[in-house]
Design a protein around this ligand. Structure first.
Ligand code: GLC
Ligand code: GLC
Length: 829
């Protein structure tokens, strides 16, 4: 069952009922100001950091689920409705929500009155513009009123939802004409404020939530002022400040009126915080006056429909440009839709927000993840490499000089998060991968010389190359009894905690220090991760390639020897006959082995082991891939492990705390499905790669949206596995490494267009049924128009490759570097 459809021409997903199986959201904003918006206009806004600079309030896990956002209420002679249906939920005559690239349009119609609201955050602008177009489609004149509402968050979202004994007494506002300013804590320790304005005279307002609602017993679905068609002109003094504008409108038949609302954020320099004069019309209870210069300028920027149209056009051209860097035309519309539009769009969102703020991430839990943000770069780097570079330097600056790193940092402060700490065994490796991806994309070897401090040596002069050195050797210097990397607090799988296991409720599986291992530095020196071993052998060659390029032959050979040794150790101690084991636990017992009662096979190490060709000479790669197909493959994707754990295995940490089929206990973790898609494509099995891809790529699950539940245009982190009661049900949509990795899987492994240090590799691994496809790739200043022909209907194998008609050996297109368009023709066979 579907709840909408793709409008590929406009790059939109069109939702045609407000009753989606879960709130289906979009993200507005690309630089500093961000908003989440659902198909019923729920959601919230923040500046830079969803925890430390929350602008509007949102109550997570609410009942009903998606309650609170920026709402417009229309009172049409007693009929009260919202253009997005919620919160009043009056049945609409027409409803539509279009989620596009950085904007959302919600249209509602009732009794001949149409309201079309366009929400967007313009480029390089710290505010959300909401353009409301009201049209009388009836045959008689109509008089009605419109109320807006936004509820302020008192800045720190964590404090806002916990510290009521203080917060109910700090809320403050100023009102000037049609603009309501939120100035809580501005007098003392803050230099930032927010405002909500409309480009017209208003007929009333409210700034105190309970006055707007009329009673503490009312909810957003039942505001007294809207029912009475009478704002209370309240002035907030503590409690919960809000911003609501009231406007009366009369429209002749066929007539339209446009109102432009702006929800903005601004910061003042310390010495310009206050205005010297108090305007006559200013409402305040303070003796000081907010300096509003910045707000005035922001309001002026988008206060007419023409200016709004120009802002929208700028956003459209920005996205058209971003999406023209890599474009494909394959025989499958769903692939085209994912690659050309939605997967790339999601990569921008994950790049911007890591795992901080979604409808499953509260924005107060996690900031930017070290491993997460590094992986996000893999899918994003071709879009805006300069931003990737900046991010890489930010991330690397939270690393410690021994190669360890803070697992997360706050985007506002860019400081490592001490509550979470470090010692996640995989973290440093992802940085090698992301820096290499950046160099492969751009050819900017200069990043290696960039000055990047270590967290524990903030003033020292260190280069990015040093960060890669210590990353690589952090693994080499922390090996266990089998010569495999120590598992530490967790590896990629946050829920395999071979050192931090505990039997006390509430203790964190990732940060708890088991007294057993305290003296050894906090984690077991016996527990080893075969996953990190495989990730090391997959990632290591990029590091070697960098050293070779720099002419450091000795260091390159030394690093290569470590990789070879790790491959040998992995084959000797971690190959279980038909697949690779997952780990050795702190007792030295195998995890993810035939010998285990449950959890005999895990997905994570397999793909990287296959792509590192560990044991390829004895057929370990194909055996491994076949085992995955046999034990992990099911209708909706590949489960993480099998059989699911049905008992609590304390020595494994968090994993067996989940019921079978969910999350890391045999859920379909789409992130690591991508690694198998890559591995199947790598091994030349394009049909299998595509089968797995099409099981999880959202455009392919659109038809089963009623089962899948989450948005059919973006990946979610997890789908209920075959052991789950809710088999096939998606969760944790939007912020997941799946976005970047599936972008890599489809573009670089299946379609096979892959940047390398010395050129653009074109080596597809596609369904045999395909006759071929075409692609356009902008790369290092040139444009490559690529045609793939598959006359023999094979999966993989470049028979010939020509660039502008001239034959090239192998499958790497050398960098032309002339800024021109080049024709690349590849015949498979
Ligand atoms: C709050 C605190 C209390 C403190 C008082 C005055 O009531 O709970 O500990 O004494 O404020 O600051
Ligand atoms: C979540 C985390 C990611 C982790 C994964 C597996 O997606 O964001 O860092 O690798 O779970 O546990």
């Amino acid at each position: 069952m579907k709840f909408g459809y793709f409008d590929d021409l406009r790059k939109e997903y069109v939702i045609n009922t407000p009753r989606t199986p879960y709130p289906w959201i979009n993200y507005l904003g690309n630089q500093g100001f961000f908003s989440l918006i659902s198909n019923t206009a729920g959601g919230y806004s923040f500046y830079m950091d969803a925890r430390l600079r929350r602008i509007t309030r949102y109550r997570y896990n609410n009942v009903p689920l998606d309650m609170g956002g920026r709402y417009f209420y229309i009172n049409d002679n007693g009929t009260i409705w919202n253009p997005g249906w919620s919160p009043v939920k009056t049945e609409l005559d027409e409803y539509e929500c279009r989620h596009g690239m950085g904007y959302t349009i919600i249209k509602g119609k009732k009794n001949g009155l149409k309201a079309e609201v366009t929400f967007f955050v313009p480029q390089n602008y710290d505010g959300e513009v909401q353009q409301v177009v009201l049209t009388n489609e009836g045959t008689e004149a109509k008089s009605f009123s419109i109320f807006s509402i936004a509820e302020w968050c008192l800045w720190d979202a964590q404090d806002d939802c916990t510290n009521f004994q203080r917060n109910f007494s700090t809320g403050r506002v100023e009102i000037e004409g049609s603009t309501i300013y939120h100035v809580t804590e501005y007098r003392d320790r803050r230099n930032h404020y927010a405002f909500y304005t409309v480009n017209d005279e208003i007929d009333g307002y409210d700034t105190d939530r309970d006055s707007f609602l009329g009673s503490i017993y009312n909810g957003w679905d039942n505001p007294e002022t809207v029912k009475a068609d009478k704002p209370s002109n309240s002035f907030a003094d503590g409690w919960s400040p809000v911003a609501s504008h009231y406007k009366k409108v009369t429209l002749a038949p066929g007539e339209s009126k446009t109102l432009i609302y702006i929800l903005g954020y601004a910061e003042n320099p310390q010495d310009k915080k206050f205005a010297s004069e108090k305007p006559a019309n200013l409402l305040t209870r303070e003796t000081w006056v907010l300096n509003k210069e910045k707000a005035y300028a922001m309001i002026d920027k988008y206060n007419t429909p023409e200016k709004v149209a120009a802002g929208l056009e700028e956003l459209r051209t920005t996205w058209d440009k971003l999406l023209s860097i890599f474009k494909v035309d394959t025989p499958d519309d769903k692939v085209n839709r994912m690659v050309n539009i939605w997967n790339q769009y999601q990569c921008m969102v994950t790049f911007n927000l890591s795992r901080s703020a979604s409808y499953f991430e509260s924005g107060i839990g996690r900031g930017m993840g070290f491993r997460d943000s590094n992986q996000d770069i893999l899918g994003f780097v071709h879009q805006i490499p300069e931003r990737a570079r900046e991010r890489l330097i930010d991330i690397a600056s939270t690393q410690l000089s021994d190669g360890g790193c803070y697992h997360q940092y706050q985007p506002l402060t860019k400081k490592g998060n001490a509550d979470i700490g470090g010692d996640f065994s995989d973290d440093p490796l992802w940085m090698i991968l992301s820096v290499a991806a950046y160099i492969k994309e751009t050819g900017d070897w200069g990043i290696l010389d960039a000055n990047v401090p270590f967290d524990d040596d903030p003033d020292g002069k260190h280069t990015m190359l040093e960060h890669l050195d210590v990353s690589f050797y952090h693994i080499v210097n922390n090996l266990g009894p089998h010569g495999l990397p120590l598992a530490m607090r967790a590896d990629w799988n946050d829920c395999i905690n071979l050192s931090c296991f505990s039997d006390t409720p509430g203790e964190s599986f990732q940060t708890y220090t088991n007294p057993k291992f305290k003296a050894e530095g906090g984690y077991s020196k016996v527990a080893e991760s075969a996953f990190v071993a495989a990730l090391f052998t997959y990632t290591g060659p990029a590091y070697v390639g960098i050293l070779e390029h720099l002419g450091k032959a000795d260091e390159a050979a030394k690093a290569q020897a470590e990789i070879d040794k790790m491959k040998k150790n992995t084959m000797e101690s971690a190959f279980d006959g038909d697949w690779f084991i997952r780990a050795y636990d702190a007792n030295g017992e195998k995890m993810g082995s035939k010998e285990c009662e449950e959890g005999k096979i895990f997905i994570e190490p397999q793909g990287f082991a296959v792509m590192s060709e560990i044991g390829k000479d004895v057929g370990a790669d194909i055996k491994t891939l076949n085992s995955i197909d046999k034990y992990l493959n099911c209708e909706f994707g590949l489960v993480l492990n099998n059989p699911a754990y049905t008992k609590y295995y304390i020595q494994y940490g968090e994993i067996s705390t989940y019921p079978g089929g969910y999350k890391e206990n045999a859920g379909i973790f789409t992130h690591n499905n991508a690694w198998i898609i890559c591995a199947e494509a790598y091994a030349g099995r394009g049909d299998k790669a595509f089968e797995y891809y099409s099981k999880i790529a959202p455009a392919f699950t659109e038809e089963t949206s009623d089962i899948h539940k989450t948005e059919p245009y973006v990946y979610g982190q997890m789908i209920g596995g075959k052991d789950a009661k809710n088999f096939g049900q998606g969760k944790n949509s939007w912020l997941t490494g799946t976005a970047a990795w599936n972008m890599v899987a489809i573009s670089q492994y299946i379609l096979g267009v892959k940047p390398e240090f010395d050129g653009l590799r074109v080596d597809p691994s596609i369904p045999a049924a395909w006759d071929g496809f075409t692609a356009t790739r902008q790369f290092r200043g040139d444009t490559y128009e690529i045609t793939i022909k598959n006359p023999d209907h094979v999966n993989k194998g470049v028979k010939s490759l020509t660039v502008d008609g001239a034959a090239v050996d192998g499958c790497i297109v050398p960098v032309a570097g002339d800024g021109k368009t080049h024709k690349v023709e590849v015949v498979l066979g």
